[in-house]
Design a protein around this ligand. Structure first.
Ligand code: DP6
Length: 362
């Protein structure tokens, strides 16, 4: 499938105004997206668990505006407070998607958004936020083109979300989503996310993700800058190949329910992601001392208990603890007795895998 498949077909229908509300979750990558080409094309395939509790809810209100003014007209509110610092990212998003949804120029917008997790938690809201916004825009497209099928609607929403933030294209459905062409996973594309099509063992159903909030501050280096540092990176080609290989290995792991195999791949991916940051130029470190304390505690606990707790990291210091639902009680006890002290103000968020975005008001 090529980009041109997502171009808008003009319609006879006109709408003057309306509003729509979608909620969309965050996701946590198991095989990481790190490095991209032009037009938000990933340098390697990735796969993530869609989360359930960490969500963004977005209402998009739109009304016809005078044409002739070139710039997009919109206001953004987070929890009711105007956020002008969100505007450049959204303006870039509008510019990138305009050729696929040209009607966006005809309206002015109010974007009202809220997160179920604290904005200052260091949890990336770009995946949930951009996917919710892309879905709202697709709801306008559906008003104009009611014949669009549900599967084309989701595919194009994921395509648009990718243009807002790469990882956002993996947030629309659940509970495992792949993005980026992989030769052993049919239907995968660099242009949009697809639900993982192969067999998944019950061990991975309702998988738990407890997010330890080690550092709630703003990241010193944004993901976008980090991705760009993969250009001319000395280890880039090997890293991209490793992501393909790890996804191939995961197919067997998911099929057989091999939790030890899962842990090895997921932890290696997290550490490789941070190794790429440490070996780029300029180099940088996003882990904090408590991130390493937690990792060492997890390894000790796993050895002593024989349980299947592992960690992954995003582009930040927070630690995602991943474990099967049937080990929840023992792991929560371990978190509360041994890990909570490493979290800023003792904060952590309990989440688990989920099924993706929901339309709330149309
Ligand atoms: C480390 O999707 O935030 O979370 O496309 O520039 O918006 P942009 O980057 P973004 O990168 C996320 C990278 C990651 C790994 C992952 O989610 O796969």
């Amino acid at each position: 499938m090529q980009e041109k498949a997502f171009l808008h077909t003009s319609s006879e229908i006109t709408i003057d105004k309306g509003f729509v509300t979608w909620e969309s979750p965050s996701n946590i990558a198991l095989v990481k997206y790190w490095g991209k080409k032009e037009h938000q094309i990933p340098a390697n395939p990735s796969i993530s668990f869609t989360l359930s509790n960490c969500k963004t809810k977005t209402t998009l209100s739109y009304s016809k505006r005078d044409i002739g003014i070139d710039k997009y007209q919109f206001e953004v509110f987070l929890e009711g407070v105007q956020q002008d610092d969100f505007k450049p990212k959204i303006a870039t998003f509008f510019k990138r998607i305009e050729q696929y949804v040209p009607f966006i120029k005809e309206y002015k917008y109010t974007i009202e958004t809220s997160n179920t997790f604290p904005h200052s938690s260091g949890i990336a809201s770009s995946a949930s936020g951009m996917s919710a916004l892309a879905l709202c825009i697709m709801s306008i497209e559906k008003e104009l083109n009611p014949n669009i099928s549900d599967s084309d609607f989701i595919k194009k929403a994921s395509f648009l979300a990718r243009l807002g933030s790469g990882s956002a294209c993996r947030s629309l459905e659940g509970d495992l989503v792949c993005w980026g062409t992989h030769k052993e996973i049919e239907g995968t594309s660099d242009l949009f996310g697809v639900t993982y099509p192969h067999k998944v063992h019950d061990n991975f159903k309702n998988y738990q993700d407890t997010i330890l909030l080690v550092d709630k501050g703003e990241k010193q280096v944004s993901s976008t800058v980090g991705h760009n540092l993969m250009h001319n990176h000395p280890y880039a080609e090997n890293r991209f190949q490793q992501a393909h290989d790890n996804l191939s290995k995961l197919i067997e792991v998911f099929k057989t329910g091999d939790l030890s195999g899962f842990i090895e791949i997921v932890e290696s991916e997290a550490l490789t992601l941070h190794a790429m940051m440490m070996t780029s130029l300029p180099y940088f470190i996003l882990m904090k001392p408590n991130t390493l304390e937690i990792i060492n505690k997890i390894w000790e606990f796993r050895k002593a208990s024989g349980l299947h707790l592992c960690f992954t990291l995003d582009a930040g210091a927070n630690v995602h603890l991943l474990y099967p639902a049937f080990e929840k009680e023992e792991v929560l006890d371990f978190i509360n007795t041994q890990l909570v002290g490493y979290c800023q103000n003792g904060h952590y968020i309990c989440d688990s895998t989920g099924l993706g975005a929901n339309l709330l008001v149309d």
